[in-house]
Structure formats: C-alpha cells, structure tokens
Design a protein around this ligand. Structure first.
Ligand code: GDP
Ligand code: IMO
Ligand code: MG
Length: 433
C-alpha cells in the first residue's frame, strides 16, 4: 500500500508549485490536483518551452505518467478547452494521460458574472479575485445546488444548468447589475455561454471516472501518487487571511477531501515557499515592501501574475506565517524557490516575529486584517553573485547556506530542494527525496 505525497504552497500562492511538480513527476505514477481551479497558474519551463497550466495537473508533460483532476477541483469548460488546445500546440495529447473525476464541480458562465458582480459591489473592499468564478461556484457546491462533471453525461443537465443560471441572474440583479453589465474574457455573456456549451464536447472526450476508487485502487496496487496543491496555505478558506482568501481548503487536509483518500494515507508533505514572499490581490501582507528592495524583488523575480498578469506585491520571508503553514500542513520537507532572485542584495532580511500593540509574537494573529503589525527582522549577509552555474548544494555560496541554515533552524524543518531558475534543470537537491 502506497501513500499520497503532497506538494503545496506555504505562502500566498505562486511559490513555484508547477515547476517542482514537473521536476518530481518522474518519481510518481499519478499526479492529482485536489482543489482550486482556473484561478491557479502553474508555470513549467524546459527545453525552450514555457507553459502555464490552470486546471490540468503539472505532470502532463510526462507522457508515461497519469494525471487526475480530482473531485475537489472546479472545472471551467472554456478554459479547460483552451488548455487542451494549447497543450496540443506543443505536441501534448492530454486525452492519453488525463482523467477527470465525475464529482468535480463545474464553473458556469453565470458564476463568472457573479464573481465580477460581487467584486464590483464590494468596491474598494474587493478580494482581488481572479474573476474565474471560484467563490460563487464553491458557494453553490456547499449550498448543494451545483452542477458536477458527471451531470453532463446525463439528459438532465440542461435543466440543472438553466435552474442555476436563473438563480444567478436573479442574484446579480439584486446587486443592481444585469448580465450586460460585465464581459467575460472580453466577450458578451451570450457569446461566452455559447462557447461554454461547445467546450463541453471537449470535456466529454475525456475519461470521466469515479476518481476516489481510481486513486485508492492505485495506492493499493503500490502506485505512487503526488497531490498537487493550488494557491497557498495563507489563502486557505479556514486558516488564511480571511476574508482575503480563496474558497477552498488549500492545506494537506484538503487532499483527503479533494481526492477521497483517508488521512492515514498521506505520506511526505513537500511545503514550497519562495526565499522571500509575494501576494497578488488584496489583503494583509505583514512583510510587504514599498521601497526599492520590493521593486528589486518584483523585477528580478518577474513577479507578475501567471493567470491575470497583475504585478505581485513583494516582501521579505515571513516566519510567523511560514511556521503557521508548516504546522497546519504537517510539512516534512521544505522546498525553497527563487533563491536566485536574492543574488543582488547586500543584506537579506527574515521576519522572525511580529510586534502588535507593543507586544512581540511569533504567532499568526486572528485579527491579521485589522491589526497593525510591525515585522521584527533579522539580517543576513547577501552572496552578491550569480549562481547559474551551481549544480549541487556544495557549489552554492557560503552566505546562502547560512541563510538557509537559519531558516531551517527557525522553522524546524529541513530544506530538501532549492530552485535556482524557472527551468526544470536548475533544481538542487540538498536531501535525497
Ligand atoms: P505556482 O503557481 O506556484 O506554480 O507558481 P507560478 O508559476 O505562478 O509562479 C512562479 C514563477 O516563478 C514562474 O514564472 C516560474 O517560472 C518562476 N520560477 C520558478 N522557480 C524559479 C526559480 O527558482 N527562480 C526564478 N527566478 N524563477 C522561478
Ligand atoms: P496558484 O495556484 C496567487 C488569490 C487572488 C485573490 C484571492 C481570491 O497559481 O498559486 P479567487 O479567484 O480564488 O477567488 O481569488 O486569491 N489567488 C491566487 N494568488 N496564486 C494563485 O494560484 C491564486 N489563486 C487565487 O489573487 O487575492
Ligand atoms: Mg501561480
């Protein structure tokens, strides 16, 4: 009996999950997404190819490996079809090695309208949603009114669709908008709806399965499974910086729900974080920098959203938040990304604790949204050199090793992998995994 290993983001998303899942895929038989949907943007780079995945798992470029979109994921058919076509342009036929859970829920065009309407209604209080319909679609799932992928294989699906759509339009009107108030990806609602129905045909070409049996039978037969997280723990619906969060369980516990595996079947948990910190969208970010250092992180790290192109907010690594994430997820190994982005700094900072109302704390506070938090930093000497040629841990600069050793000590978990560029090949193993 094998266990499911997990790779997930420990910060506010965009940690580099796509790259590392792709790098680790050769060690596994199945790569499974367990939550989120097209709000995710997971970048993979190798052999001159740069590809951004949204709904499809990041193991898809390995032809001999299987990929699963689990029941916890939301599928938006138009975006799914675009992804399939964009993979086909790169010579990847996903129909061969991608299967989809019958119990995954669908994002309707009217969910995307609701997302836009909710954000417009909130004005400057908006979440900064990716406008992919995530919040409204998960809301319908929990309200027991939603539509699942399995429904499109039945004759009743247009009834379910129409009933849902009507309720959405009533809701949008109640906020003072109508269907013509918003465009979806630059086209009208009617045009998008037509595209949505056409895209269902692409979805139907895939093997739509009882994925909880598929995954548990795979584990029983000794197959190795890697669960791929989307977003990050600080965007988790329960433990993130609520209400500035996404609408799913992004933490390890979400794997059990989003794939149908028991907690006792969770194996290693690879927690991935940048050597600094970023956030896209609204909400608290205690270590955010508004100075030249923040600008340098954004420019050197090319910190612009993979899904929306928005500039990401940047700051130093935040240990109260990171330790909180590691606790919630049961992280067994740390994966440190984008360390090359720190190459130019004379001094690198790490936030060890927060000062709130004159008191110091190492804990992530309940009232993170309203509290005035002053980060308390420790400083480390920068390495001030290019690290592009480093192929193993011994070749990394001494100052970097000191920074990583301090991080390991303070978090209490070993660093297993260090990433030094977007490319698949620039991945250094400090420990064998
Ligand atoms: P994900 O959502 O967690 O998969 O991360 P994204 O793909 O949204 O954002 C990570 C960005 O950093 C992508 O543009 C990656 O190509 C890039 N990236 C990943 N690892 C590294 C690294 O070690 N160094 C640098 N400079 N860029 C990296
Ligand atoms: P990956 O998987 C970074 C953020 C949005 C917004 C909030 C809610 O690429 O790391 P939503 O559309 O989910 O209702 O938006 O969450 N967000 C992400 N930020 N990376 C992501 O995914 C994100 N998915 C959602 O910016 O602040
Ligand atoms: Mg991303």
């Amino acid at each position: 009996m094998s266990k499911v290993d997990v790779l997930l983001g420990l910060q506010w998303g965009d940690e580099g999950k796509g790259k590392i899942v792709d790098v680790l895929t050769p060690n596994y038989d199945i790569i499974a997404r367990f939550q989120g949907g097209p709000n995710a943007g997971h970048t993979i780079e190798f052999d001159g190819i740069k590809h951004i995945l949204h709904i499809i798992p990041s193991g898809i470029f390995h032809k001999d490996k299987d990929n699963l979109i689990g029941n916890g994921v939301l599928i938006e058919p138009v975006i799914f079809k675009q992804e399939i076509e964009s993979l086909a342009d790169k010579g990847v036929d996903a129909t061969i090695n991608l299967v989809i859970s019958k119990k995954a829920h669908l994002i309707l065009p009217s969910h995307r309208l609701m997302d836009a309407a909710n954000e417009a209604y909130k004005g400057n209080q908006k979440i900064g949603s990716t406008l992919k319909g995530i919040g409204p679609a998960y809301t319908d799932k929990v309200a027991r009114t939603s539509m699942r992928v399995g429904d499109i294989l039945t004759n009743e699906y247009t009834d379910i669709y129409n009933k849902l759509k009507e309720s959405h339009i009533r809701y949008i009107k109640s906020l003072g908008f109508d269907v013509d108030s918003f465009k979806i990806d630059n086209i009208t609602y009617e045009q998008y709806e037509q595209r949505w129905f056409e895209s269902l045909e692409t979805l139907k070409k895939f093997n739509i399965i009882d994925s909880e049996y598929y995954i548990n039978e795979a584990l029983s037969s000794g197959k190795k499974v890697l669960a791929e997280g989307a977003q990050g723990s600080m965007l988790d619906i329960d433990f993130g910086s609520y209400p500035f969060v996404t609408s799913s369980s992004t933490i390890t516990a979400g794997v059990c729900i989003g794939l149908g595996v028991a907690p006792s079947k969770i194996g290693n948990v690879y927690g991935i974080c940048k050597a600094y910190c970023t956030r896209v969208g609204s909400g608290p970010f205690p270590t955010e920098l508004f100075d030249k250092d923040g600008e340098t992180l954004r420019e050197n790290g090319r910190e612009y959203g993979s899904t929306t192109g928005r500039p990401r907010r940047c700051g130093w690594i935040d240990l109260p938040a990171l330790k909180y994430s590691c606790m919630l997820n049961g992280v067994t190994h740390l994966v440190i990304m984008k360390i090359d982005v720190l190459n130019d700094f004379d001094t690198i900072k790490m936030c060890d604790k927060y000062e709130i109302k004159g008191k110091e704390t190492e804990k992530f506070p309940y009232d993170v949204v309203s509290a005035e938090i002053t980060p308390v930093y420790s400083s480390y000497q920068g390495w001030k050199q290019d690290i592009a040629n480093a192929k193993d841990y011994d070749q990394l600069p001494e100052q970097m090793k000191q920074y990583l050793a301090a991080l390991e000590k303070k978090v209490g978990i070993n660093v297993a992998v260090i990433s030094t560029s977007p490319n698949r090949k620039d991945t250094i193993y400090k420990e064998i995994i």
